[in-house]
Design a protein around this ligand. Structure first.
Ligand code: ATP
Ligand code: MG
Length: 368
C-alpha cells in the first residue's frame, strides 16, 4: 500500500499542508523544530488515530485551534481508499471513503504504518509497560480481534480492580461477584495471551532475519514472550490458557484482596530480547540495542505483510544519521521497492544518497 496524497490542517505546527508523496522514498530535510517529526506523527495518526509521542490528543491541536483535520488517499492492490480523521477537544471522528465509521476499530488497519525513531531504543532499555504498549498498539493495528480483546481486557481489569478496592474498604461485601469478574477477566485475557504468543513467534523469526542482515558481527537475536502467569505455554489453546489464568487468579485471591489489585495477567507481561542467549536489556551495547529496535520494526513490516498481504508505510524519524553507511545500505536493501518510506533528517550529509534510488526530496520550514 502507499499514501499518495496527504493533507493536514491545524495539526501541531502544520497549519495547512497539502502534499503528493512518492510511492517509494520521500525525504524531508529541515532544521530542528520545523515540523519533520510532526509530519511523520500526523501520517502515523492518520493510520492509527493515535500519536506515537503522546496519549493526550489535545497536544496535537495547533496552539489556539479547536480542531485538527487530516486526510489521505491510499492506494492498495485491492482497493483505493480515502481516509479522514477529525480531532476536536471532545474526541475524534473517522471516515473511510467519506462514510463516517462509528467505531475506531473499523477504521484502524485500513492504513498500516510502522514508525521508527531514536526513542524506540526505550523498547529494549525501558520499562515493561513500553513493551506492552508496543504489543497492544502494533498487534492492534494489524489484527482487529487483538484490538478488541486488548481493549476489553483493560475494561474488565479496571472493573475488577475497582471491585477489589471496594471490598477492601468494606463498601462491597460479595466475594462471589469477585469470582465472576475473575472468570470474565481470565476469558478475555486468554484471547490476548494466545494472540501475543502467535504474533511474537512470527516477530521473532522475522526480527532474527532482519538483525542478521543489518548487524555485521553475527550474534543471534531471540525475541521471547514472557507472560506473567508462567504456567501458560505457546502450544496452549485459548481454553487451556483460560483455565491456567483462572487457577492463578484463585491462588492469588487472598493477596489480591489484601493489595486491592490484580497481580498477574496481560497487564504485567513482558517481552525479552536476547543476543546469543544473553538478556540485551542488561548486557547489550547501545549500538546492539539500536539494531535490535530497528530489527523489530523491520520484522513488523514482514508481519504486517504476512497477515494482510500488504506492505505498511515505513516512517524513519532521525535514524539515518545514527546508522553508518553499511547499515543504511543494509536497511534500504532489506526494504527496497516494497514499502513506501519516509525519512527525516536535519543533515544532508547524514544520508548515503548513492544507495537511495530516486527519492523525492522536500524541504520543511515552519510547518510548510
Ligand atoms: P528536530 O529536528 O529537532 O527533531 P522537528 O522538525 O522534528 O525538529 P517537530 O518535533 O516536528 O520538529 O516540532 C516542530 C515545532 O512544532 C516545535 O517548535 C514545537 O514548538 C511545535 N509544536 C508542537 N506542538 C505544537 C502545537 N500543538 N501547536 C503548534 N506548534 C506545536
Ligand atoms: Mg524531530
Amino acid at each position: 500500500m502507499y499514501l499518495k496524497q496527504f493533507s493536514a490542517q491545524h495539526y501541531r505546527n502544520l497549519q495547512q499542508l497539502d502534499v503528493e508523496f512518492d510511492p517509494n522514498v520521500n525525504i524531508f530535510i529541515g532544521q530542528n523544530a520545523q515540523g519533520k517529526t510532526n509530519l511523520l506523527e500526523a501520517i502515523y495518526f492518520l493510520a492509527l488515530t493515535r500519536s506515537h509521542r503522546t496519549s493526550n490528543d489535545k497536544e496535537l491541536l495547533a496552539f489556539g485551534q479547536d480542531y485538527a483535520n487530516i486526510t489521505g488517499h491510499v492506494y492498495k492492490s485491492q482497493v483505493d481508499l480515502s481516509l479522514r480523521v477529525l480531532l476536536t477537544k471532545k474526541g475524534k471522528k473517522v471516515w473511510v471513503n467519506r462514510i463516517e465509521q462509528a467505531k475506531l476499530s473499523k477504521y484502524v488497519g485500513q492504513l498500516n504504518a510502522i514508525l521508527f525513531s531514536p526513542e524506540d531504543l526505550e523498547l529494549i532499555k525501558g520499562a515493561p509497560s513500553l513493551r506492552r504498549r508496543f504489543m497492544d498498539q502494533e498487534f492492534g493495528q494489524i489484527n482487529a480481534e487483538y484490538l478488541y480483546f486488548a481493549g476489553k481486557y483493560r475494561q474488565v481489569l479496571q472493573q475488577k480492580n475497582n471491585y477489589l478496592k471496594q471490598l477492601a474498604k468494606g463498601a462491597a461485601r460479595d466475594p462471589l461477584f469477585l469470582d465472576v469478574l475473575s472468570d470474565q477477566l481470565a476469558g478475555v485475557a486468554a484471547e490476548v495471551v494466545v494472540r501475543r504468543f502467535k504474533f511474537l513467534t512470527y516477530l521473532n523469526q522475522y526480527a532474527q532475519d532482519a538483525y542478521a542482515h543489518i548487524s555485521p558481527s553475527g550474534e543471534k537475536l531471540t525475541v521471547k514472550y514472557r507472560p506473567s502467569v508462567k504456567e501458560v505455554d505457546k502450544q496452549d489453546s485459548v481454553e487451556e490458557v483460560y483455565h491456567k489464568l483462572l487457577a492463578n487468579f484463585r491462588k492469588n485471591k487472598d493477596s489480591e484482596l489484601y493489595k486491592g489489585t490484580t497481580l498477574n495477567g496481560p497487564h504485567r507481561d513482558d517481552i525479552e530480547f536476547e543476543l546469543d542467549g544473553q538478556d540485551a536489556h542488561l548486557y547489550g551495547s547501545q549500538g546492539q540495542q539500536r539494531t535490535i529496535a530497528l530489527s523489530i520494526k523491520l520484522a513488523e513490516i514482514k508481519l504486517v505483510h504476512h497477515l494482510t498481504k500488504e506492505y505498511p508505510l515505513l516512517l524513519l524519524d532521525d535514524v539515518m544519521s545514527e546508522l553508518d553507511h553499511d547499515r543504511q545500505s543494509a536497511l534500504l536493501n532489506y526494504i527496497h521497492g516494497k514499502t513506501q518510506t519516509f525519512i527525516t533528517t536535519t543533515d544532508l550529509a547524514g544520508i548515503s544518497w548513492e544507495i537511495i534510488k530516486k527519492p523525492k526530496v522536500y524541504r520543511i520550514n515552519s510547518g510548510k
